[in-house]
Design a protein. Structure first.
Length: 367
């Protein structure tokens, strides 16, 4: 029996995020390959789930390109493991994969692109991508929109990028039942209408526009509640924003949670006012839960949402349009159920976990 092809996956950590959960869903199903995850920093809260699924996790405590000892540990690990393929995820791992591992291995080092950099804050990332593109022989991307960004803004040739979209196990989300005890723990009343946003608290996710919209909405619909799931560098700014809000007692910051599917099942509407995105796992999980989706009209979301049919798309940075969309969903139970049902059906036809793992298995086997 031939040895399994060895794949090393390099990522910052295994904290509870979209990319990390994508790996947790897919790697255990790719049993034809021998997987090792290398975290640059601490292992992260999802590590026990990976190890229980038979995935090796190793941490090297490398704090960036200028951490000489950390880079040395990574290079030594690569020489020891002798992988057939190296996949890198997100900016820090991409940078170290391209520059820190130069000359270490003959294995292809492939960035798995998961976002665009359409905000001035990320100009440095765009410059880095442009400068280092000659070092990359091939890329993976999780959406056509991400591929288009790298073609049009970074100058990568189309044939160098293979798209393998994220996939969702809709059967798993079907198995989750609404938990009355979870509602009680959050002091949710029977007549509350629950709006949920699941995203890291970063400026590109657009939370400020949702909070402003909710302040307006809650004055007309005082039974509404807003759950913000996630943490990040914007936490203090967002908390300061709502200090004087009349609706502040109806806004709950839940931080990182491991029970997102359960939180989705007790919610009535999902909102993600993101300024730019890859292919959003959070949106897909909400769709799998049958929720109506309100998100921004950017190419990445257009691939998931058929406006007014499987969700509602609004312009970026528009609190007024968010209010209008939320009022549409609030005012008609029939309409919001239709949005949720249509979105879930579309997801189950096009973005299945089985399809994602099959495409990724075929791609890796050909390398």
């Amino acid at each position: 029996m031939p040895e399994r092809k060895k794949i090393i996956h390099i990522i910052q950590s295994l904290d509870n995020g979209g990319c990390e959960n994508m790996l947790l869903r897919t790697l255990p199903l790719l049993q034809a390959f021998d997987h090792t995850i290398v975290t640059l920093k601490e292992p992260g809260e999802l590590t026990p789930q990976f190890t229980s699924a038979g995935i090796t996790v190793r941490s090297i405590h490398c704090h960036g390109l200028f951490d000489i000892s950390g880079i040395g540990r990574l290079r030594a690990l690569i020489r020891e493991e002798r992988p057939d393929v190296i996949l890198t995820y997100l900016f820090h791992a991409d940078a170290i994969g391209r520059l820190g591992l130069a000359g270490t291995t003959n294995a292809p080092i492939i960035p798995f692109l998961r976002t665009t950099y359409n905000h001035p804050k990320y100009l440095l990332a765009r410059v880095f991508e442009w400068l280092t593109k000659p070092l990359v022989k091939q890329y993976l991307a999780n959406s056509e929109a991400v591929k288009d960004f790298y073609i049009n803004h970074i100058g990568v040739r189309s044939e160098k990028i293979t798209v393998i979209p994220n996939g969702i196990d809709t059967n798993y989300f079907d198995s989750i039942m609404p938990d009355i005890h979870l509602r009680e723990s959050l002091s949710i009343k029977a007549d509350n209408f629950i709006i949920i946003c699941v995203a890291n608290l970063h400026i590109n996710k657009g939370h400020r526009y949702l909070l402003k919209a909710f302040e307006t909405l809650n004055q007309k619909y005082p039974e509404t509640r807003l759950l913000i799931v996630g943490d990040g560098v914007e936490y203090n700014n967002l908390k300061n924003q709502i200090k004087e809000f009349q609706s502040k007692n109806n806004i709950t910051f839940l931080g990182r949670r491991t029970d997102v599917p359960e939180l989705l099942k007790i919610s009535d509407c999902f909102v993600l006012p993101t300024l730019f995105e890859g292919q959003s796992n959070a949106i897909m999980e909400a769709m799998a839960s049958g929720l109506p989706i309100i998100t921004t009209d950017i190419p990445e979301n257009q691939a998931l949402i058929d406006d007014k049919h499987s969700g509602i798309l609004v312009p970026i940075k528009s609190s007024d349009e968010l209010v209008h969309a939320l009022q549409l969903v609030l005012s008609s139970k029939t309409y919001r159920e239709s949005l949720g049902t249509t979105g879930k059906s579309f997801l189950g036809k096009k973005f299945t976990l089985i399809r994602t793992t099959a495409d990724l298995s075929f791609y890796l086997s050909k390398l």
